[in-house]
Ligand binder design. Structure first.
Ligand code: NAD
Ligand code: MG
Length: 385
């Protein structure tokens, strides 16, 4: 039996994780859950999975949640401290880190410091503080099992091979909803257009990141820290079918890939059960029915966010944290109709230029860089309104 803490339980990854738990009650138990705005859903999850502790970001939501949970025995906490207490809860063996954004960083670090293995969906944690997080994981002998489908694919393609034999990683990207749109037509796309991802059903923020291709940029940074390879050895191929989830090229020219239908339950389950696998009740991959798998180079003129991520990695230190923070602010502004789609990379680029790069040696440094990135990005927003 594996005891889980699920951070961000009400989101897309959280719901998929609980679906796996629901179908495998002999394998998994839920010890803590955290959620954000959707209190109704969180309360339903608490009633179904009986955790011992639950937390929400806003203290003001506690009375409402308490009311929804009348008659249920569960400790209710709030704020970053409450969420971090869930992350470090003594009875849990593994923490599923599925909060969206840099808000996941502090709770994930709390889990690592408490010696919990991590099933990591929250890529922003590694983008914001990659070297600090990985050093802390090594120190605490904690395993970080990737949930992001590309990183799960690479993790699987590295199994049984030597790190020194790796030539490069090839991350695949669907290209998102605007793969075939012209640059000029991108200036008028709406949040609704951008949220309509062709292959994956995900949260709002990551859906916009997929449309700008910042998601792939964040994933390059995530891969850089997770697999300890320099950015020159991490490439991106557009692969619209989302069947080859990513690849590893070795020094002898062999390329090892992991394939599957696009369903997040596969990488989530692998992170939960590694090094074992468990049967999942999903449709089989039918390559004959799909017929063709295609690949092409990304178009960085239409999707400049990918290059911004490589630039931030090259600048090093706090630059990736600033990139991530500015992206969060820009995406939120786009979703609220305050800026245009093509303003997103402009806001991020201005934040990077303005901030430059400082050292990043501790969690505090990462938090400072995140706050600075947000501030600089908010200031630049006024220039677009
Ligand atoms: P989502 O928006 O569906 O869910 C996010 C969860 O985080 C919700 O439970 C929400 O209540 C909670 N949350 C939001 N803001 C919070 C805050 N300030 N404090 C505490 N909790 C907060 O997002 P998602 O699509 O499930 O993505 C979660 C993470 O997983 C992201 O980092 C994303 O990049 C990554 N990821 C998602 C997918 C996917 O298919 N959805 C795939 C790969 C990686
Ligand atoms: Mg991914």
């Amino acid at each position: 039996m594996k005891n889980l803490s699920i951070l961000g339980a009400t989101g897309s990854i959280g719901v998929n994780t609980l679906d796996i738990v629901r179908k495998n009650p002999q394998r998994f138990a839920v010890k803590t859950l955290t959620g954000g705005a959707n209190l109704q859903r969180l309360a339903e999850q608490v009633r179904e999975f009986s955790p011992e502790m639950v937390a929400v970001p806003r203290e003001s939501d506690v009375p409402c949640l308490r009311k929804l949970l009348t008659g249920v025995e569960v400790e209710i906490l709030s704020g970053v401290e409450g969420i971090s207490a869930c992350a470090a809860y003594s009875a849990a063996d593994m923490v599923v880190s599925a909060i969206v954004g840099a808000a996941g960083l502090v709770p994930t670090m709390s889990a690592i410091q408490a010696g919990k293995d991590i099933a990591l969906a929250n890529k922003e944690t590694l983008v914001t503080a990659g070297p600090v997080v990985m050093a802390c994981a090594r120190q605490n002998q904690v395993a970080i099992c990737p949930v992001d489908s590309e990183h799960s694919a690479i993790f699987q393609s590295l199994e049984g091979h030597r790190h020194e034999d790796v030539k490069r990683l090839i991350l695949t990207a669907s290209g998102g909803p605007f793969l075939n749109r012209s640059l000029s037509s991108l200036s008028t796309v709406t949040p609704e257009d951008a949220l309509a991802h062709p292959n994956w059903d995900m949260g709002r923020k990551i859906s916009i990141d997929s449309a700008t291709m910042m998601n792939k940029g964040l994933e390059v940074i995530e891969a850089r820290w997770l697999f300890d390879l320099t950015p020159e050895r991490i490439d991106v191929h557009i692969h619209p079918q989302s069947i080859v989830h990513s690849m590893v090229e070795y020094v002898d020219g062999s390329v090892v890939a992991q394939l599957g239908i696009p369903d997040m339950r596969t990488p989530i389950a692998y992170a939960l059960t590694y090094p074992q696998r468990m049967p999942l009740d999903l449709p089989a991959l039918d390559l004959c029915a799909i017929g063709q798998l295609t690949f092409m180079a990304p178009d960085t003129a239409r999707f400049p966010c990918l290059n911004l991520a490589y630039e931030a990695l090259a600048a090093g230190g706090s630059a990736p944290a600033v990139l991530n923070a500015a992206n969060e602010i820009a995406v939120e502004a786009f979703l609220e109709g305050k800026i245009a789609f093509l303003d997103i990379p402009r806001v991020i680029s201005m934040a990077l230029d303005e901030h430059g790069s400082a050292g990043l040696d501790s969690l505090d440094d990462a938090i400072t860089a995140d706050l600075l990135g947000r501030e600089v990005a908010r200031e630049s927003l006024s220039r677009f309104n």
